[in-house]
Design a protein around this ligand. Sequence first.
Ligand SMILES: [Zn+2]
Length: 268
Amino acid sequence: MHKVILVVLDGLGYQVAHDCMGFMQALVERKKGRMYRIECELPGLSRPLYETLLTGTHPLDSGITHNQVIRKSNQQSIFSLASKAGLKTAAAAYYWISELYNESPFDKIRHRYSVTPGKPVQQGIFYYADTYPDSHLFSDAEFLRQQYDPDFLLVHSMNIDDAGHHHGCNSVEYRHAAREADNLLSEYLPIWLQQDYQIIVTSDHGMNSDCTHGGVTSEEREIPLYIAGSAFQLDAEPAISQLDLCGVMCTLLGITQHGKPENRDILA
Ligand SMILES: [Zn+2]
């Protein structure tokens, strides 16, 4: 039974993560973590792939096939499974997470700060501007962690994706947003690792030079998957997919019979 933090850096492609995120690479070089190159499921869009990451369900099976499907998920999510198991959940995330798992449609006054023990996301701070600073988002997440001691915490940033939509993947702005996220991770990950959290840092999809994503080019589809923590197997060379992560997180949390695909190759 472990505590788990999932960091989703929206819109971060593999190559820019590899090239620009020196703190994360330090964890890899010092064998405190691993980095994998994985392919996002299709279509490579945010809302469908939040659902994939958090429920282990392919967009064609979840029905969340595009970003304008504004309804609650009808799948069992890491939030609902953890809540049913008596665990504590929290999220600092874009408001689409609230729409998928707590309240749909999102009301920016009533739902931004959600102290909702009866909902799948029991404690939430949801932002609704793509320019909401990642620095503030990480503060929100760390506040939730310190205040509520969640067993599962989602940290979901948007500035990399936003920079990509304005400037494309080959821009200074996009790379700088990735570097800023790496800086923030360098501030918080050492604390979380010291307190023995199991940490997954990944993305929903990448970004192309047309300032968008959703297709099958490597820039859009290849994303990083970092793992760090004492419960991970760092020597394996597993074939792992985005669909496996929900099951992996359930196993880490000690949730049995979760019914999700999983990949034990990355677990110690
Ligand atoms: Zn996007």
